[in-house]
Design a protein around this ligand. Sequence first.
Ligand code: THU
Length: 160
Amino acid sequence: MKKNIAIKYEQYKSGIELTETEQKLFERAKIARKNAYAPYSDFFVGCAVLLDNGEIFSGNNQENAAFPSGLCAERTAIFWVGANFPDQKIKKIFIVGGPKEFSKKNPPIPPCGACRQSIMEYETKQNQNIELYFANLNEDIIKVSSIKDLLPFYFDSTFL
Ligand code: THU
């Protein structure tokens, strides 16, 4: 029997369509992107995380001469939040990335597979969806209301 999974997402053509809080989050992700350490790929990614208490923290990709030792922006940000605010819930994650020399042709970049899995862990842990936005510098924005939308047939601790 063939079955389908449908994914719901929202698309915005400009940051103006976002709420004030979401715009703030976008701005923080852009600032973080500027500070990325990506001398090997020249691909700069920033990630901002909004907590339930309203605080925003951010991270960016941190590369390494031993390539696999580097880490994506999303995990840099959420692991830091997990380490410092273990009891706070994550409400929203905003990702903005692209080549250092951005052109309008560069699409919004979604989180990689390992980051999706890592974000999934926090959704399960906090028992609350994390809204996820990914964008480019041209303010093309895609939003999903849960990481589950990007990770069908996800694996989490409920299987253990
Ligand atoms: N990168 C991220 O930071 N997040 C992603 O979701 C995709 C990829 C980084 C890793 C590496 O430093 C560079 O982008 C090129 O892959």
